[in-house]
Design a binder for this molecule. Structure first.
Ligand code: GLY
Length: 320
């Protein structure tokens, strides 16, 4: 492809857990790679990390002890997108999402259909549940005085186990793991194209089949070359209810600055808060390479990197 925009310097933005993926993807962008390939590569690295318990292999399971993965990818040049949700037995949902975008006239395929699609692509099925994740699942039941796996009434158990942690909660010490984690990657390449990718195992101990914001285009992921790319981490139900990613991009389209648009998206989220501990984080990147992070809770950061930096840098997210 002709490099018609060689003056554009690549930029990447990610959630805090995206360090390794971002470093590898920025190398690809520096070498003339495309934003879409960069965000997929970055997600794949995070998905394969056995120490990352909110994404891919070793993700925390649902209330039945099953790992169910969600992911989406979006191309800012064409606004094409692909997503899969509630996938069991396949560890790279981001690649399924990318192939969904290129090989089917659909955006989102879930559960058995997504698993069938993976098998047709010759992806290797493999157990995504690790001993560490299984041990945390057991511990969570014990913390609540429940018998792992014995529940008849999953509604009550899932509601109890996924209850957002209260800072006053005696259980907080025991639950050191981030049960609302997800990974976000946004990239601007030297051709002026934006892409976004999100991957997650979803909220830990969720009701089977629950789908969060990550594979929902417009909620946890949105990308448009003309205005910007946005992705979310946190309690996905919140971003679904107010279409956080698309809203922020729309606020940019309507002429707001990045800061104004991010604060407006936070106002949307604060309007629907019922529990102060249900948090949402946002990252955003504009076609000019400006970036920012926003959050509803204190002390949250995000990662960014450009072609001049040798490693990803942390920056504070803005709060209302
Ligand atoms: N943000 C990820 C989820 O809620 O599933």
């Amino acid at each position: 492809m002709t490099n018609a925009h060689s003056s554009i310097s690549p930029v990447m933005v990610a959630s805090e857990n995206g360090r390794a993926g971002m470093t590898a993807a920025m190398k690809l962008l520096r070498e003339g790679g495309h934003a879409l390939d960069a965000v997929e590569l970055a997600c794949r690295i995070t998905e394969a990390d056995p120490d990352e318990h909110s994404v891919g292999y070793s993700g925390l399971p649902n209330v039945l002890g099953e790992v169910e993965l969600d992911a989406s990818i979006m191309d800012g040049r064409t606004l094409k997108s692909g997503a899969v949700a509630a996938v069991q037995g396949y560890g790279h949902p981001i690649t399924l999402a990318r192939r969904m975008m290129s090989e089917l006239p659909h955006v989102l395929v879930v559960g058995r259909g997504a698993e069938r699609f993976a098998a047709e692509l010759d992806e290797c099925p493999a157990n995504q549940l690790t001993e560490t994740a299984l041990a945390r699942w057991r511990e969570r039941f014990v913390e609540y005085g429940l018998e792992p796996g014995a529940a008849k009434d999953l509604r009550t158990v899932a509601k109890q186990l996924t209850r957002p942690l209260n800072l006053q909660d005696k259980l907080l010490k025991a639950a050191k793991v981030d049960t609302l984690g997800t990974v976000n990657f946004l990239a601007l390449d030297q051709y002026g194209d934006l892409a976004s990718a999100v991957s997650t195992s979803g909220i830990a101990w969720k009701y089977p089949g629950r789908v969060g914001d990550s594979p929902i285009i417009g909620a946890g992921n949105y990308c448009d070359n003309r205005y910007g790319a946005v992705a979310c981490t946190g309690m996905g139900e919140l971003a679904i209810r107010v279409s956080t990613a698309r809203s922020l991009v729309l606020y940019l389209k309507m002429g707001m600055t990045l800061q104004e648009a991010g604060l407006e998206a936070l106002r949307d989220l604060h309007y629907i808060f019922t529990e102060p501990t249900q948090y949402m984080n946002i990252v955003a990147l504009t076609p000019k390479g400006e970036h920012s992070g926003f959050t509803t809770v204190p002390s949250k950061q995000y990662l960014y990197m450009n072609a001049e930096l040798t490693e990803p840098q942390l920056a504070d997210r803005t709060r209302l």
